[in-house]
Design a protein around this ligand. Structure first.
Ligand code: UT7
Length: 332
């Protein structure tokens, strides 16, 4: 018996993002650790980042981005059948952050869960949503990337504290007749390199105790140089793989939305892919590295400011702790 292929495509119906009000400049960081504006700008491209208020949670930011995406898509919260939130800074270990978002936006018909893939989380979540829609085309899925990295940064470590910021981005996916949506995603992971970018404590391996609290185990540790090297390789390779899978060349891509970790990494990727830096949508100068939120915020910004037209091909590419990486080709 022949099995017919009933898979449906998943299109992006709308996007939204949220950035906290408080701006932390490089000058402010100069007063906190032994660093300077010139070093941060030339080594990373970052000029300022946003920092959430102490009582502002990851789910608060995620809900704000979700509301903006609902408005942009022109749909009601009750139409959402699933919420997938990518984050490594959940409000709590459980319940999951997506459940908190559900309650905040009134998405009463949604099934909710989180995805943990560090800075790659948004594309991992997007691909999970695509796979759900492929077999259940009636689903409307809210995908969120949200992180409050300021809550796990060691503010005494100049190697990391200058790099990160807080924020959230969201996209709503639904099958659209005649639309292509997410064409393909290339994904990968390498758990052997977990210890080049991680948070050693606070979990079951090393719970925070009164004895170890001074060691700040529940904050980010990073081997910057090694992470840099792996990030370039993984993002170049996965971009090429995604283009191959989609059967297109880089010249057909109208906009590339990369993870916003370091301008030098993005320049190297542009060189290796033989594509102009102008094609990349960048916002790390204003927001720094917001982990799972970075590519989601940049997608929302690019969709609003770069005048995406139906049929435009967009490449999203990410890299993060795990290690994890992914690249997706999307047709608008
Ligand atoms: O989101 C997940 C992916 N994350 C990334 O992709 C991040 C990847 N890594 C990077 O972006 C870069 O490695 C960093 C921006 C983190 C560091 O840049 P780098 O050019 O690799 O610098 P480095 O780590 O090799 O350090 C160079 C020097 C060192 O001093 P010495 O040993 O040469 O005397 C550091 O101690 O810069 C020093 N340094 C700083 N100086 C002033 C490190 N951080 C700072 C700082 N301010 N904030």
């Amino acid at each position: 018996m022949l099995i017919q292929n009933h898979t449906a495509s998943a299109s992006i119906l709308g996007t939204g993002s949220y950035l906290p009000e408080r701006i932390m400049t490089n000058a402010e960081l100069e007063k906190m650790v032994d660093t300077n504006d010139e070093w941060i700008r030339t080594r990373t491209g970052i000029q300022e980042r946003r920092i959430a208020a102490p009582n502002e949670t990851t789910s608060d930011m995620a809900a704000a981005a979700a509301r903006a995406a609902l408005e942009n898509a022109g749909i009601e919260a009750q139409e959402i059948s699933m919420i997938i939130c990518a984050t490594v800074t959940p409000d709590m270990f459980f319940p999951n952050t997506a459940c908190f978002v559900q309650a905040k936006i009134g998405a009463t018909n949604a099934v909710c869960f989180d995805v943990s893939a560090a800075c790659s989380g948004f594309l991992y979540a997007l691909e999970i949503a695509r796979q759900f829609i492929a077999v259940s085309p009636e689903k409307t899925i809210l995908v969120i990337g949200a992180d409050k990295l300021s809550s796990i940064v060691n503010w005494e470590d100049r190697n990391t504290c200058v790099l990160f910021g807080d924020g959230a981005g969201a996209a709503i996916l639904r099958h659209r007749a005649g639309g292509s949506g997410i064409i393909t995603t290339s994904m990968g992971s390498d758990g052997k390199l977990a210890d080049i970018l991680y948070t050693p404590g606070g979990g079951s391996a090393a719970p925070t105790t009164s004895e170890n609290v001074s060691e700040k185990l529940a904050t980010i540790r990073m081997n910057g140089r090694e992470t840099y090297k792996q990030a370039v390789k993984a993002m170049v390779d996965s971009s090429q793989q995604a283009l191959l899978q989609a059967g297109i060349t880089i010249d057909q891509i109208s906009c590339i939305i990369p993870h916003q970790a370091n301008l030098r990494i993005i320049e190297t990727i542009a060189n290796r892919l033989h594509v102009s830096l102008d094609k990349f949508h960048l916002n790390l100068d204003r927001f720094g590295n917001t982990s799972a939120a970075a590519v989601a915020i940049a997608l929302d910004e690019a969709a609003r400011t770069r005048n995406f037209k139906q049929g435009d091909l967009i490449l999203l590419v990410v890299f993060g702790g795990g290690l994890t990486w992914a690249a997706s080709v999307i047709q608008w």
